[in-house]
Write a protein that binds this ligand. Sequence first.
Ligand code: PLP
Length: 469
Amino acid sequence: MNAPISPRTFRAFGRKDIATLPAFQRMTAEQRDVLTAVAHVLPFRVNAYVLDALIDWSRVPDDPIYQLTIPQPGMLASADLHQMVDGVRGGASPDALKAAARRIQRRMNPHPAGQMQLNVPRLEGRRLDGMQHKYRETVLFFPSQGQTCHAYCTYCFRWAQFVGLDALKFASREADTLTRYLGAHPEVTDVLFTGGDPLVMKTAVLRRYVEPLLRPGLEHVQTIRLGTKAPAYWPYRFVTDRDADDLLRLFEQVVRAGKHLAVMAHFSHPAELSTPVAEAALRRIIDTGAVVRCQAPLIRHVNDDADAWAAMWTKQVRLGAVPYYLFVERDTGPKHYFEVPLARALDIYQDAYRRVSGLGRTVRGPSMSATPGKVLVDGVAEVAGEKVFVLKMVQGRDPAWAGRTFFARYDEQAAWLDDLQPAFGRDAFFFEPGLRQMKASARALPVLQGGTPLDPTAPEPPGPEAAQV
Ligand SMILES: *Cc1c(COP(=O)(O)O)cnc(C)c1O
């Protein structure tokens, strides 16, 4: 029925390969210098599948996958770009280039929303740095071996980690810490493995984190989620890689243990769903009993048109996957290059939404993962003579906030929750007093010895365990 897929061997390419990669020989030497200069500042990692099978080189530089994976000159301020290009051309030392890049990176808001302190869970009085627990029912776990990806997205909100600005702040090797934390938190139903991309890990390594969650005592953990771009950037992971079959056996094992395995697949553009190997990957994942749910941010130059989203949602449904979230890009990195105002994001979302059947309308968006919670821009309306955004909090830092509808003054330019003002002359959104209180109590937390690994022989730190926020 289907032609067999020929295996490929994974190899990542980066800045140092620009001079020799055949794909970049179509560029002029000057264009390669510019790319090298930008790649000193922003993450750059690709592989042969992305370069040969996903990018349409006849459409470069406008090709969406080229924009998605190859750093662009417009992502830097022009003075910064000139400085880096001069450095590359003038043969500046690696140290000088790195120092110049660091200065530029630090000005690019590498840590948006400053919510790290608010989300860090604690166990036996210590911070667990490789985990986040923001919403009551879901814990995020960042396995240290999964802190890279098969290729990098130019808009990645974790870009600071990939350029070495964060010394793998979010990383844990401790499967045991995760299971002990979950044992102490019966309210948690979902564990999300994220990164980077947890599926860059060999199956044997992933298994060491996943299998303990299937044991007695953790029955309250109903769902294991894997946040991944592998079906888009390296579908061979599920089809022909040496441990692809073993990975699928692990998925089956989770399902047989009575849990839901959710592959949270990041698809940015329909081109990523267009190849035989991508289709084969989804088919094989779904055959294990796992459910593939699809999400991505809306990004100028990549997918800021309704055709792209309607095609993606339609194809996802046809392949048996479930459209889940359309996100608003976060306020970090080359945000000016990618930004789409909320009003336009809503237009694109609604235009695409109207073109798919009800089975594609499982999607929610445009959704901002903001400090108080996930906030949907649900529509524009006129209420009591005022034009407003109808907003809905679908996840709240306080669980009581979830499901609440609220209103902001319509603003054509606003691109994030922080840009919005409450409607009807109110001076604050409903969540603001509570959020202020949470921030104050997080600041009041004792400064505790941080970080994994937990050493069971270490003396107990002083003070009572502080309230979780
Ligand atoms: C989106 C998100 C989740 C999961 O939310 P769902 O709506 O259940 O998919 C969990 N934690 C964080 C920090 C998130 O941003």
